[in-house]
Design a protein around this ligand. Sequence first.
Ligand code: BGC
Length: 885
Amino acid sequence: MNATVLDSDLRPYDLRCEHLESPPAVEAARPRLSWKLRDPRAGATERGYQVVVASTPEGLNAPDLWDSGKVAGRRPDPVVYAGKRLRSGQQCHWRVRSWDLAGRPTAWSEPAGWCMGLLKPADWIGAWISPPGGSDAPAPEENACWYFRGGFTVRGPVRRARLYVAALGLVEPWINGRAVTDDCLIPGSSHFPKRAQYVAYDVTPALAAGDGNWIGLILAPGWYAGHVGRADWKFRFGDVPAVRGQLVIEYSDGAAETIGTAPDWEAARGPILSSHLYDGETFDARKGRDWPAVSPGAQPLRARDFPGRPPRLTGKRCAPVRRQEEVAAVKVTRAPTGEWIFDFGQNLVGWARLRIRAERGREIVLRFAEMLQGDGNLYVANLGTAKATDRYIAAGSGEEIWEPRFTFHGFRFAGLSGVDGVPPSDTLTAVVLHTAMPVAGEFECSNPDLNRLQRNIAWGQRGNFVDVPTDCPQRDERMGWTGDAQVFFRTAAFNRDVAAFFEKWLDDLDDAQRPGGAFPDVAPDVLPRAYNAGNAAWADAGVICPWRLYVETGDPEVLARHYAAMRRWIEYQRRTSRNGIRPDTRYGDWLATDAVTPYTAPTPRSLIGTAYFAYTTGLVTEAARTLGKRGDAVRLDRLRRRIVAAFQREFVTAAGRVVGDTQTGYCLALAFDLLPPSLRAVAVDHLVRLVDDRQGHLTTGFVGTPLLCPVLTRFGRADVAERLILQDTYPSWLYPVKLGATTMWERWNSYSPETGFGDPSMNSFNHYAYGAIGEWLYAHLGGIAPVESAPGYARVRCAPRPGAGLAWARTWHDTPRGRVSVSWRLEAGRRFSAEFIIPPDTVAEISLPAGVGPRREFRVGGGTHRFAGRLAAAPARSRSLSSSP
Ligand code: BGC
């Protein structure tokens, strides 16, 4: 072995089960296992692998659940557990080793684990319970929080205790006076008519021998019983929240006991007076921070059975929301309203932690906003009906520290009132929350504006991946808009490991599919009107997202799970089309700059629908092939050809113009391969003409924007794409950057110095859709792109292009096989050098800029590969905005 390669470097790392690190409630009978490899040696490959699974950590030496033995060859993506049948609550420990290119086994990986969930409905003993009803029960609009409590006895030494909690609402579980977890907003959001999630925790150390143990559950309305969407819609999944939990105690003597929620549990109101996701939380510290006590002599209130029909339960399939980072205020100023304005310097999502000294009963008010008005007051007009206000009533007990629990805000600025004197800047600290997703990539280059753009995209993703991929995190929407999610998917997957996050959301989406096969505009579906489904580019998320998740992970289970729903959407489109042409549907090229209103962009909506119909039919054809459904694949392919012919008949002239003559129209026709090859070059010329007509600006909305630079690049006009990315006047990606944006904006001109704030009825400063340009930064400027025909990064396309005035770029991405890194540098104008680090078993299709070597295209395997040479021509001097020397 190469002396510089240590055994310990080669062992498999990043072990995942069901795409998660140590998931606590797995329901798959045969969980999916995966890991990554690193090996710097040229030609690195996995010649074999061995997985062992045991019910105890010590047992890994003599595994009682599964020993795959040495399996020759590279592992499949993923490896499917094939050991003993697993039972509810079973703890599994596992590790893996691999055989390297020399046929030598690596050291064993660090052990990892997973735990099975409750596999049968009958395993649930706890009942669904709700707050007491009756005439004095608070109305749903009050967003009351409730505290439930049940006692139990521990009657001997405990081997293990697990707490399972599901909710129609949000819950904070406690045992014996302490919160069980730091996880936030659990168990999260789902399409509640079909499904609710549960979470599970090991609580063994929290139990005490004997009597007097108790479980507490704080229940808030959350995504279920709090209204979701604009307040005037008054939409909520249900009026009455509910919680269901159980503690399973396994005693050292082998006996087991389950304590479940029951209608006789005590129910009380406590210091959290109310909480709503959009409106904020009110906490009365005078009521104490401990569990609310029943006043001596009083009869405690009791819970009641949940009055509705509860949905089925699923163990949470993605990681929970967690606190990710704290951000200190960079500036504190005083607004004309008298509020103290804390500027955190970054538009972010989460809440503020308050640290205060105040007399008993003093009410401290915190309001949140993304922007300031010209007069220095918070700009809240764009929040719609979201109140985004937290209130804290002081106990008067010295220093008091408080964070809310069941709300979140999208903000850069917080306004504080109710304090005396100038508050110290650490009175408020911003706490960043989002679904815990490992960072999976970075793009960095010599242009600081592009780096800021990349950071804005990453922050936009963080703020909007809060259990659901939302459109925006601040106003009264925060919904899982399907169109936004599908256009952003690839970028999201470059930045973070989103496999589990999207697996969970794809369940929401399938659950919300309408009976006729139309996917809804939002999932979970809080817009149950007929016209909020089946809309082109939005509903198509039901095919595009599972397909892209498959391309990212190489995991065919994703396709198998969603195939029926994908197929139903194609069938719906077929049924509701005329001669292959889709009717106009609702949104079109949403927020295109050449539109009079968002609904009236000039790209015909039936053109967009038909283009997507062809595209999604093509993807489902591929899915059918992958799953071995040959008959389906043949039929779907025939259908796709008919749609393409219809598209050409209806929307393409013989001379190659696309009806509407818009940038978005040409982008769709080219990106989805809808033109006869003979017309492609003409269409590209038309697209370039349309960019030139606007002096190097785009006119595209949600539909066209993600396609624009990739299409120009694919068809040989990277120069135009680079001109677009460097553009910094309206409309362009760098326009908000130049104005100091720290996240992506909903509109190209959400704010402009000339006209001020955009239409407040729909104007968010944290909307990731236009951040879909991220995939092009990674792929084109950086040089890392997945290859659709080789999913799971079996092949990776590495075609970095020195352009856009860049002197260097560095990009990496953690693929399911390991890390791919590409970095390149341009010196003295023409001298190009690049380094590619490729994990074992990935084939890199390297494409070098012309002139660097005698050959431009290479296929290489794992290892580190370096190339250098002189470019045939200096890169086109697109106007560079780089401020670096
Ligand atoms: C949302 C979008 C969404 C759109 C539908 C808006 O209110 O914020 O991002 O996709 O409606 O067109």
